[in-house]
Write a protein that binds this ligand. Structure first.
Ligand code: NI
Length: 227
């Protein structure tokens, strides 16, 4: 399931993030790439663990903690500390799949990458190209969102970033280990949750339907989730 999550960062938090990105130190993005993806990756990143990366990461993580769409669509168990990248004109990232397991740098912790996240941080009018292209069984999806909006998609997907031809594409990217590792099961739970929210507003308060559906939601989650 590919899901757009609008308004993850907005207003002053977004502007603060953009100021931090503008003043950050950037290094070659191949530092976090595996052997195969290093051959197709050409971008810049803020070094992991640098003060800017930590502050920016904290902004993103605290915004996600209270985002109902992220929680419902991703069912996060562990979130990798957000990374930040920049594509200047000519930079691109060819087709690749993200590593299944990632060590959280400087810790003994590993996460299984079930969901890949890209939070767009530059205004789409400020750069050309740079679309994220995600492949699935239905074909290719080209994604380029307003600053502060995020797309999440199964980490099992082949994906790439189109070359930037003008300006700079800025984004945060990271992975989530979900309580529900299977994408189809996560998608069903998300659809059910959205449907319950929809009918709840339409029915009288004493109607038992929403409670029964919520019970089904939690009993499916209990079957499928690791917590
Ligand atoms: Ni990737």
């Amino acid at each position: 399931m590919l899901l757009n999550i609008p308004g993850v960062l907005e207003g002053e938090a977004l502007r603060h993030a953009q100021r931090l990105l503008a003043s950050a130190n950037w290094v070659d993005g191949r530092v976090t790439a595996g052997h195969q993806s290093a051959q197709v990756k050409d971008n810049l990143q803020i070094p992991e663990g640098s003060p800017e990366a930590r502050e920016l990461g904290g902004l993103v993580l605290s915004a996600l903690e209270t985002n109902p769409l992220f929680i419902s669509g991703v069912l996060p168990l562990r979130v990798f500390p957000p990374l930040f990248n920049r594509y200047d004109p000519g930079m691109t990232f060819g087709a690749h799949v993200d590593n299944a397991i990632r060590q959280v740098t400087g810790t003994p912790h590993r996460i299984r990458t079930d969901v890949s996240c890209t939070l767009f941080l530059a205004d789409p009018g400020d750069y050309d190209g740079g679309e994220l292209v995600v492949e699935d069984n239905f074909g290719e999806h080209r994604v380029k969102l307003p600053a502060g909006h995020m797309v999440v998609y199964p980490a099992t997907s082949l994906h790439r970033v189109m070359p930037v031809t003008r300006g700079s594409r800025l984004a945060s990217f990271f992975w989530v280990q979900s309580m529900v590792r299977d994408d189809a099961q996560r998608a069903l739970l998300f659809d059910l949750d959205m449907a319950i929210n929809g009918v709840r507003g339409d029915l009288a308060a004493e109607h038992r339907g929403p409670v029964q559906l919520t019970s089904i939601y939690h009993n499916l989650l209990r079957r499928w989730a690791d917590a």
